[in-house]
Design a protein around this ligand. Sequence first.
Ligand SMILES: [Zn+2]
Length: 153
Amino acid sequence: MLDVTGIPVDFEGDVAAGAIDNAKADVPEIANAKTVIYDRKLTGDYARTARDGTVYVGPNAFRSTEWLDSTLLHESIHVSQIPTRWYANDPLGSSINDVEAYRAEQQNFVRFGLSPADQAEVNQSLLSDMFVIRRLGGPAAVQQVYSGNYTMP
Ligand SMILES: [Zn+2]
């Protein structure tokens, strides 16, 4: 287990960078990112992808190596969305973006060995986004996303 939040600030960045390097080896998909860097101030989310393809990883993503791997896979999906289906400023669209990323995490639960609690969190996050899609886009949007079409309805 790895938890950078308990590491003295002087060493935190180096430890995080080392953990990110290990995770990048586990998750070759993240090679599509421009770069993957640690951001100790990013605490509202586990990680964030910027429009230029930079992936920022916050302290909470480091609660386990498995969670960090799954988080990098999630962000690699966001990087892949940038050219054709990146809806960061739209509530419906950003939920669609996240459903695609959470589904990729679900498909890799066994690969990364995610704990039942971590799996439950991913499932709950996906469900929350599906309810946003239901509220903002109606049943047709839900059906579209369930069918695997992650573009704006
Ligand atoms: Zn996301």
